[in-house]
Design a protein around this ligand. Structure first.
Ligand code: MF3
Ligand code: CO
Ligand code: CO
Length: 373
């Protein structure tokens, strides 16, 4: 029988019968290719085992790290979620490196989609919205980000879609969950959502040979909806994306988008993250054009019918400067203050653009009024 190697750095199919003996005792089967895979990842693997008293309490894997805010990583991460064999995978699903994307980056070409490809990416866009909405409907105080990951993963698999983040540059989970001071790329773990949090769910799926990428920020419980600064941040971010979308039509210089986003942010007392940008999305997860969200940027390119790309501004209450946790993914604000993000995937049409990942009448979340001083 073949199994997937339990080493997070491997994940290859194997006929090996080498199993973790402690897992076996706990009724779990963790198969390894060989002693090398087993030994080299033991230090992370052992954390999924129960403690001596039979519990398996979450713990902070970086106890000496100077966190910038109140959030902590809560390990162990759950075991790697599997994608059935029949689902078509992107090239990095096995080894973690998006080879086709890396090759394409060297050419710097802009892709124009037409005909059947447009039909496909429209379908994928709709499906990604459906999956985000279903997952978001489960947000409540008490649920963990890993439980949300399990829900998202199941909804992808049900539809024969591959959750694009899974193993993208070795990302360990199926989507990104970014709470409070996390700007982006939060890893679903044992963190429990609480009243007063804000959470961004960033979904990307790969289906029919295309990626579709979107995200939204949601209020958790009622407390966050009552906090003036939090509401101002989330609503300003939501509006700044819409203002940028309203500009998209053939002839638009991509560098203009950041001027509008930053102007709206500044007017409302928020700052704009500079490290992470919008991007082309099609047969590749990330490609040209590059879309900075800050003013006076030097982005290259002009919108043309058939181009597909995301705009995904990240705004902050305090500093826009980011720092990354020792997990090499989680990007947080340097001052620990809240950050929010919204992302849509757009197709440039003859006279404007189509939001391929648009909200529907039943989408959870959505704008709320600002709180007056
Ligand atoms: N979805 C993110 C974006 O909007 C990218 C996530 S990459 C991951 O571009 F590896 F962290 F999942
Ligand atoms: Co994106
Ligand atoms: Co995204």
């Amino acid at each position: 029988m073949t199994a997937i190697c339990a080493a997070p750095t491997c994940g290859k199919e194997t006929e090996s019968t080498l199993k973790c003996p402690i897992c076996l005792k706990e009724g779990i089967t963790s198969v390894y290719c060989d002693q090398n895979c087993f030994r080299s990842t033991w230090s992370v693997h052992k954390s999924i085992h129960k403690n001596e008293d039979g519990t398996n309490d979450p713990y902070d894997p970086f106890p000496t790290y100077s966190y910038t805010g109140g959030l902590r990583a809560a390990y162990p991460l759950s075991a790697r979620r599997e994608v059935p064999k029949h689902i078509k995978r992107p090239d990095y699903a096995q080894a973690g490196r998006p080879i086709s994307e890396i090759k394409n980056d060297r050419m710097g070409k802009f892709t124009i989609l037409a005909g059947k490809d447009l039909e496909k990416i429209r379908k994928v866009g709709k499906m990604s919205r459906e999956i985000l909405d279903i997952t978001a409907s489960h947000i409540r105080p008490g649920i963990t980000t890993d439980e949300l990951d399990a829900i998202l993963h199941k909804e992808c698999v049900k539809r024969n879609a591959y959750p694009s983040p899974l193993n993208y540059y070795n990302f360990p989970k199926s989507f990104c969950t970014s709470l409070n001071e996390v700007i982006c790329h939060g890893i679903p773990d044992k963190t429990v959502l609480k009243d007063g949090d804000i959470i961004n769910l960033d979904v990307t799926i790969y289906y029919l040979g295309f990626h579709s990428d979107l995200n939204e920020t949601y209020y958790v419980g009622d407390k966050a909806k009552c906090d003036k600064d939090t509401v101002n941040l989330v609503e300003t971010t939501r509006e700044s994306l819409q203002l940028a979308i309203d500009m998209v039509k053939p002839g638009l210089a991509f560098r203009e988008l950041g001027n509008t986003i930053e102007e709206h942010a500044t007017k409302n007392g928020c700052s704009v993250v500079r490290t992470f940008c919008g991007h082309g999305t099609n047969q590749l997860f990330h490609c040209q054009p590059n879309i900075p969200h800050y003013a006076k940027n030097k982005a290259v390119g002009i919108a043309k019918p058939g181009m597909v790309f995301t705009i995904e501004p990240m705004l902050c209450i305090g500093t826009y400067r980011d720092v990354t946790w020792p997990d090499n993914w989680t990007a947080v604000t340097q001052d620990g203050k809240y950050s929010a993000q919204f992302e849509q995937m757009l197709l440039v049409t003859e006279d404007g653009c189509e939001i391929l990942t648009a909200r529907t009448e039943t989408s959870p979340g959505g704008a709320i009024p600002r709180i007056q001083a």
